[in-house]
Each structure stands twice: as structure tokens, then as C-alpha cells.
Ligand binder design. Structure first.
Ligand SMILES: [Zn+2]
Length: 282
């Protein structure tokens, strides 16, 4: 699933590649990908994107103050630029054709199609954009903010930092990297975190996401799809490999579709977290 660093680099590449190119038309190849009816898609014909933004995991392509395309790629969605003459495959959910003969296409492989597109007068018309949490690379994201938020509710810290209505853009992979860098167990309860632990979490979040952006940017080389950006991850997907800090084997907890990677020595006081099926639900 694309997370903040992936989306931030996509935003940069889109800003390089699609702005000010007149659009011929837009089409929802999979009708239910488009979640809005007004304004209609042909409102895009003859216009051009003037800015590309990001709020949480949403990319926002702005035509003018009162016309925006809001894209959420969900788990498997990708954006590709390709010649308009190229065959539109079944995986293509949505496309914009530029007058110059190229398309921007939203492609989603696999049987479950969850990516979505909204055409709106105001990005906040999209419910999840309106309810988006604080941006972790913004000035509002501080240890004080975390202390305030975390005092309100008893939740496991991984669950809390991946909740898009609390903090934008962090998914399961970067959450594991952040908690590893902060030396915090993913199942610690938020209301038990002490001041110095909140400071560590705050600093680790910024550092891991910034490093993730740099690594993804370097691998993308100006293209929308970067080759295996996750190769730069220190712990995610590396169960059984030695921890890069202490050398002990990295452990994994599985719950439904979510996998959590952590170092029992560095993050959990040498305790292996029992693979309880219920733990992520609490
Ligand atoms: Zn370790």
C-alpha cells in the first residue's frame, strides 16, 4: 500500500509531468471507481491541472479553486503515464487523456478493486479528506500533540499512528519502521507512553518519513512507479533476518492481512509478543 513517502514522491512527479497539459477528456473505465456525480467528468475537458497536493493518502489534482480530482490508491492502485493509443486493460479504473496524446491512468491489479476517485468543488467534500488527521511532517506534529491525543484514548500505539483520522499517511510498513526507530513496542498502549517516549516517537516519525521520501525519490528517478522502494526498509518484511541494531532475529506478528515486524530485544525488553489473534483489534 502506498504510504506518505510513496505518495509524496508521486505528487512531485505528477507536478513535474502533468501540470498545464490541456485535457481532452476523462473516463471512469470501472464505473464504481468514481464516487461523485457532480461536477460531471466532462468538466475536465479543455482544462489543465494547475497544482498537485496531498492530504494523508489522498492525491489532489487541482484544476482551479472549485474543481479538484481527489485520488485514493488504497492497497494496489498505481498511476501510470502512457500513450493514449495503448490498449486500455481491465486493470485500468480511471483515465485522463491529454490533448498531446498521453494518458494518466489509474491501474489496479488483483480482484479486489478499492481505489477511488472523487471530482469535487472542494477537497473537503470528500469525507475522509475533511476528517484527515494531522500531517506528520507539519509543525503541528509535536510530542505535545501526541501527548494530548494519546491521553484521550487507550489504544495500541501501532493502531493509533496508522489511524488516518489521527495522523495522515502512515500505513503498516512505515509504522513498523517508525516504532523500531523509536524503540517502542507496537502493542504499547498510548496512554502509558512517557514524555521521553513521546519525544522519541515524534522524532522517529519525522526522520523515518523524511528518509523514506529520499529513498523513494532516488529509486523513482522521475517516474511514477518506483522500483521496490521498500528495499530501503530496515525491519518491515524482514522476519528472521538480524536486527540492524542488535543482531537478534526480527520477529513478526500476523493478524488478518496485517503483518507487524519488530525486534524483541530493541523494542520489547526481550519479550516475544504472543501471536494473539485479537491483539490488533483491541
Ligand atoms: Zn534489535
Amino acid at each position: 500500500m502506498p504510504e506518505l513517502p510513496d505518495l509524496e514522491v508521486m505528487r512531485e512527479v505528477l507536478a513535474e509531468r502533468v501540470l498545464d497539459r490541456p485535457m481532452l477528456s476523462a473516463r471512469a473505465c470501472r464505473p464504481d471507481i468514481l464516487k461523485t456525480v457532480a461536477p460531471p467528468l466532462d468538466a475536465l475537458s479543455g482544462t489543465a491541472f494547475r497544482a498537485v497536493g496531498r492530504i494523508g493518502k489522498h492525491l489532489i489534482l487541482t484544476v482551479r479553486d472549485d474543481l479538484h480530482v481527489v485520488v485514493h490508491l488504497m492497497v494496489a492502485g498505481r498511476l501510470v503515464l502512457t500513450g493514449s493509443h495503448t490498449k486500455v486493460t481491465k486493470a485500468t479504473g480511471f483515465l485522463v487523456s491529454f490533448v498531446d496524446g498521453e494518458d494518466l491512468r489509474l491501474v489496479e491489479n488483483g480482484s479486489i478493486k478499492r481505489a477511488n476517485v472523487h471530482l469535487v468543488a472542494d477537497p473537503a467534500d470528500v469525507d475522509r479528506v475533511a476528517r484527515a488527521g494531522v500531517e506528520p511532517l507539519s509543525d503541528q506534529f509535536t510530542a505535545e500533540f501526541l501527548a494530548q491525543r494519546f491521553a484521550e484514548e487507550r489504544r495500541q500505539v501501532k493502531k493509533a499512528i496508522t489511524d488516518p483520522s489521527w495522523i495522515g499517511g502512515i500505513g503498516t510498513a512505515y509504522a513498523d519502521e517508525i516504532l523500531f526507530a523509536a524503540k517502542l513496542s507496537p502493542i504499547r498502549y498510548t496512554n502509558t507512553l512517557k514524555k521521553d517516549e513521546l519525544e522519541r516517537l515524534c522524532v522517529a516519525t519525522r526522520e523515518v518519513l523524511r528518509a523514506g521520501i529520499e529513498a523513494t525519490r532516488a529509486r523513482s528517478k522521475g517516474s511514477l512507479v518506483s522500483d521496490d522502494a521498500r528495499a530501503a526498509m530496515r525491519i518491515y518484511g524482514r522476519a528472521g533476518e538480524p536486527c540492524p541494531v542488535c543482531g537478534d532475529p526480527i520477529a513478526e506478528i500476523r493478524f488478518a492481512e496485517t503483518r507487524t515486524f519488530y525486534c524483541p530485544h530493541c523494542q520489547a525488553g526481550d519479550k516475544t509478543i504472543a501471536d494473539r489473534r485479537s491483539w490488533l483489534r483491541r
